[in-house]
Design a protein around this ligand. Sequence first.
Ligand code: KG4
Ligand code: ZN
Length: 334
Amino acid sequence: MAVVLGIESSCDETAVAVVDSDRRIIAQRIASQDAAHAPYGGVVPEIAARAHAEKLAPMIEGVLAESGIALPDFDAIAATAGPGLIGGVMVGLVSAKALAMASDVPLLAVNHLEGHALSPRLADAGIAFPYLLLLVSGGHCQILRVEGVGRYRRLATTIDDALGEAFDKTAKILGLGYPGGPAVERLAREGNAAAVPLPRPLAGSKEPHFSFAGLKSAVMRAHESGEHAVADIAASFQQAAMDCVVDRLEYSLARTDPVATLVVAGGVAANQAIRTALERLAERHDMRFSAPPLALCTDNAAMIAWAGLERLAAEGDAFRSDPLDLAARPRWPL
Ligand code: KG4
Ligand code: ZN
């Protein structure tokens, strides 16, 4: 049995968790900064870094006390080392290094995307490698073939906005507030998804890419024209975004060996319409569909601790610890 302390601070959630190799989340805390960023309609890096610095130390203390496990008894301390907003990443990584050094416990520098990629296996012991992962949040939009720990093949990624970002920008255009995803989804239920003609950027493209910038501009034009009800724009936007996702998944499936499971992670996984579209797609391809509970889909530290546990359990010494002089990485493709 192994137990790992996880720290996440790459965007606008400060999070700390203790997880063991039996998939038990022994203790965790998460502090969202939504309220601090809401007036700006998006995450402000300086505000985020300051909030992480203020909150992290007492949160680590609290989680350690709640877990009842002494620092030297941990098998590793895992922290997000990138990709993300560099100020925030540094706060978490430096804290993890200090704890690792003081207690003589190995440090594991986790790629945030790897945390998302492996999180389904924390929620569901039945998910075996390889599986196809749609990772869609405010900061990420990619399709990965997860083949094993440390073995990820990127099949598609965005060339401009992430899907959650497209929802947030649409919400801003329509005056719905931040974060926009849930508000757009709510309003979309009252609208007609066929009412507003909107583009499906890159649908059918032979390149491994998503693009949402053109869709956002089209939403803006539709709104400014004054010809459409706001609910119709929201519904038509959501439909167009969903069509793009399904198209890119079909594209990816056509270019990779069969996999048994389709998994969705990231904050946009909360969207019921998108979940339903993914379930149907999985059915068409004879795949199982799995979505981790939402608390594991959005940014959290349990997934970072779990990625650490997966690394400890994997073959090879390279997985077991990272050097204490390792630098935070604002960009770090999987
Ligand atoms: O994973 P997450 O909490 O943070 C990161 O961005 O890493 O994802 C937040 C994103 C936001 O862009 C938010 O608008 C979007 O997920 N989101 C949704 C829904 N709930 C959250 N997008 C569409 N529909 C939703 N119901
Ligand atoms: Zn994330």
